[in-house]
Design a binder for this molecule. Structure first.
Ligand code: DGP
Length: 223
């Protein structure tokens, strides 16, 4: 479910920015594609910003980083809430950018939050609670890849969650979230095994369509 946020403007020519989200398991090419889309839109003259979660630059993000790199232990519920707080601390800026007409490309968000934490055995509904009220994306580009394929990619296994069995559960949990979503047309599931260029073409097409179609629509909050 989602709640609308009104836009404080009277002009009929007003256009808000689009919230384009990339989600998926580790090593599925999200960051590569999010960056390529960012560069493409910038070159084409769109007002666009790139955002990555977790944002490891803030004090909360630094604790998350210490946890992910196995330098700090934290209770599962405590780290879940820190990931969520890391999103909340960015909300005012993200909202201002979108309402000001800037499109934001976001690499991971609350769907990762719920999938990774619920995959550890935490209750899925409990996991969703701390993210209620966050801005809702206009599209979720889900990069889908088998764990066998992602394991073959460089760097897999360096951080806490990069373990084959765990990633398998995370992938299933993402699928469950899509299934449970009231608006599953929000999700665009792409076969991440395709070439970088082929994926980029599809992502550009999806994104231009979203930018055009959401520009007159109100922003929404998850609830
Ligand atoms: P990345 O920087 O995209 O590689 O993400 C770092 C790791 O953190 C990755 O294994 C996914 C995981 N992650 C991202 N967001 C969340 C979250 O909100 N909660 C939990 N538990 N894990 C997350």
């Amino acid at each position: 479910m989602s709640k609308e946020i009104s836009i404080s403007t009277n002009t009929s020519t007003y256009k808000r920015g689009a919230f384009i989200l990339f989600e998926g398991c580790d090593r599925t090419g999200k960051s590569t594609q999010a960056n390529k889309l960012f560069e493409y839109l910038q070159i084409k003259g769109h007002a666009v910003k790139f955002w990555k979660f977790p944002d490891r630059t803030t004090p909360i993000g630094q604790t998350i980083n210490a946890y992910l790199t196995n330098n700090q232990e934290l209770d599962d519920k405590a780290i879940h809430l820190l990931f969520s707080a890391n999103r909340w601390e960015c909300m005012p800026k993200m909202k201002n950018l979108l309402l000001g007409g800037t499109t934001i490309i976001v690499d991971r968000y609350a769907y990762s939050g719920v999938s990774y934490s619920a995959s550890k055995g935490l209750d899925l509904n409990w996991c969703r609670c701390s993210d209620i009220g966050l801005l809702r994306p206009d599209v979720i580009i889900f990069m889908d890849l088998s764990t066998e394929e992602s394991e073959k990619r460089g760097g897999f296994g360096e951080e806490r969650y990069e373990k084959k069995d765990f990633q398998e559960i995370v992938r299933k949990t993402f699928a469950l979230l899509k299934e449970k979503d009231d608006d599953d047309s929000l999700w665009k599931v792409l076969d991440a095994k395709q070439s970088v260029e082929r994926l980029h073409e599809q992502i550009v097409e999806i994104s231009l369509d979203i930018i055009e179609n959401c520009s007159q629509l109100p922003l929404k909050e998850d609830n």
